[in-house]
Design a protein around this ligand. Sequence first.
Ligand SMILES: [Zn+2]
Length: 349
Amino acid sequence: MKAAIYREYNQDPTQVIKIEDTDMPKLKANEVMIKVESASYNYNDLWAIWGDPVKVPLPHISGSDVSGIVEDVGEDVLKLKKGDRVVSHSNMSCRVCQMCTSGREYDCNDRLIWGFQTGPLWGGFCQYAHLPEVNVVKLPDTVSFDDAAAISMVGMTAWHMLVGRAKISPGQVVLIMGGTSGVGMAGIQIAKLYGCDVIATAGNKEKMDKCLELGAEYVVNHREADWYKKVREITKKQGVDVVFEHIGKSTFPQEVSLLKMGGTLVATGATTGYDSSLDLRYLFFKGTNLLGSTQGTKAELEQVIYWISKGKIKPLVSTILPFSDMVKGHTMMANADQIGKILTTPQKL
Ligand SMILES: [Zn+2]
């Protein structure tokens, strides 16, 4: 089969990724083999090639989001069969520890992100991928392979942030930072699904318009120095109930200042830097909840897929690259100027 393989780290993915012929996977008894029809890019794919902040196993196949058709199943697989349409659940946890068995697979000490920390040669940018059955979700016929690959990691992450962690409820005001990022576009739509009022932020006019199209009531440009004052004006100085955060250092202190008494900030990343400051008066005097969040559960991914099948969450796809051009996807993602997810199609060279 063809796979996108690299054997050394490099800041420039075009220097090291090659489409190579490699052996078909050998299935374990609990695994499913997927003929990969669509695969999407995530920032962890860049970190993997850079070898920073994590030295991933080499040689490496990246890719943590794939969708496709079940080609084969191991003898212990219970609920999936050849021909099923499926999407990957990249959160690989041990499934037997106290965290896992209490429903907190994202807090498992042995958790690995498939296609990022797994290997050598175990990720999604290839024609046939293999995963344990528990890491594979069946797709309804109404959800396309491209939509499924575009949403699986970001949709689950956003759902876990807002529903699992912040426990949003109807009528709340939710501030979605970076509304056209992968998690942001899912965040806007999930908050609307739950009957919240959404204020989104974006970095330019085109992205701001897209936030409104996705359902946000208001949008502000977070690259403007007084962006947080505009958010405060929109809320008539009341502030917001929930902040959905992944931007990091450049906006974090202002986000905390925008929370209502007893409000909640839930964070899943720090793109602009992690060594931020916090005015502790906001924390104790206002009873602020600061929550961290990483990935989510398989059940949460199934919720996201269900709502896509109902047309209530629509994944944003910017570009679909033939597999022979897949390395371009990394460069496009590093430039961060596209709106929506980048996909590649391993069966279409
Ligand atoms: Zn565990």
